[in-house]
Design a protein around this ligand. Structure first.
Ligand SMILES: Nc1ncnc2c1ncn2[C@@H]1O[C@H](COP(=O)(O)OP(=O)(O)O)[C@@H](O)[C@H]1O
Ligand SMILES: [Mg+2]
Length: 316
């Protein structure tokens, strides 16, 4: 069967599994509305791609799609980044500057890693969602905006709320239309099809005709892909660069079923009552070692932002 026939897609999202079809259906329904969408799913499952797809399938498609990673902006700058600031509102604010909300006017605003947004900003965001207006930093004039909001998190909502990284009132307001994004390992059949798609794209781009060995397709099916589609894409890319005509993908995977016993060496033991900060440090360092120093993969596996990881490493 050719790849074109067996691999379905919806906008930029590829996948033929039942769970993906259900996802496409949900996107179709919600895209035409103005409802706020909350995407919940592990890192690398395609949340940003889904947010873009919702925008593209919406009546707002001709206007801006603005993406903000709340975990990547220093907390003291986030308010000005999102709401803009007036001239002279703080040292260095030489002129008025509009923020993401105004940039996304009549379009869509994607707030990624919403649990990384400081609590006081979450209150302000809730207020905008309820009133449709806000103040620029240092301003006293209400600004009215028409923006469709899409938020995302890789954390379990209940856990994020109970540990205080997501205010429950904001969570309820954001989750008008929640979408649970399935991890790659639950998308039956898609792993192989996506790997073939990524390989095909690389072949076309680099005028090659590389193929996967049979063993490597077996391997990909049995690997749990903790980094999801992002990890798969990276592994295929690395294998493509390093292999000859036949790609033996298993050489480039961080862990496969054949090597899985080693995983037991990759466990950590803590005494009950170990200070959280100590456990966290050891876990971060061990995970970083497991991914051979790859910070992106480490952050993804731990479910934290790259920025958070850098901050922790700096502390250590
Ligand atoms: N269903 C999909 N089809 C094709 N590419 C995908 C799919 N899902 C994710 N990707 C790709 O995987 C990578 C990670 O996706 P992203 O949307 O950034 O994930 P997340 O925001 O959930 O971490 C991107 O390169 C994206 O293009
Ligand atoms: Mg993302």
């Amino acid at each position: 069967m050719s790849l074109e026939k067996s691999l379905k897609h919806y906008g930029m999202l590829f996948g033929s599994s039942r769970v993906m079809e259900l996802l496409y259906e949900k996107i179709t329904r919600v895209a035409i509305t103005d409802a706020t969408v909350l995407l919940v799913g592990e890192s690398g499952t395609g949340k940003e791609l889904i947010a873009q797809t919702i925008h593209q399938k919406s009546p707002r498609r001709e206007k801006n799609f603005i993406a903000v990673n709340c975990g990547a902006i220093p907390p003291h700058l986030i308010e000005a980044a999102i709401f803009g600031h007036e001239r002279g509102s703080f040292t260095g604010a030489a002129r008025q500057q509009i923020g993401c909300f105004e940039h996304a006017s009549q379009g869509s605003l994607f707030l990624d890693e919403i649990t990384e947004m400081p609590a006081d900003m979450q209150v302000k965001l809730l207020r905008v969602l309820e009133s449709g207006t806000f103040l620029r930093v240092g301003g006293d004039e209400e600004v009215t905006v028409d923006v469709r909001l899409i938020a995302a998190t890789n954390r379990e909502l209940e856990a994020a709320v109970s540990e205080g990284s997501l205010r429950s009132d904001l969570m309820y307001r954001l989750a008008v239309f929640p979408i649970q994004v399935p991890p790659l390992r639950e998308r039956n059949g898609d792993i192989e099809l996506l790997a073939q798609l990524f390989l095909q794209m690389l072949n076309i781009k680099h005028h090659q005709r590389k193929t996967f060995s049979r063993r490597s397709t077996d391997m990909m099916r049995s690997y749990p892909w903790p980094g999801n589609v992002r990890e798969l894409k990276n592994v295929v890319m690395r294998a493509f660069i390093l292999s000859g005509d036949v790609i033996t993908l298993d050489d480039y995977m961080p862990d496969t079923s054949a090597r899985r016993p080693e995983l037991h060496e990759g466990t950590l033991n803590f005494f009950v009552g170990t200070p959280l900060a100590d456990a966290q440090r050891e876990l971060i360092q061990a995970t970083l070692k497991h991914f051979e120093g790859n910070k992106r993969m480490t952050a993804d596996a731990l479910g934290i932002s790259l920025k958070t990881l850098y901050n922790r490493l700096k502390e250590y």
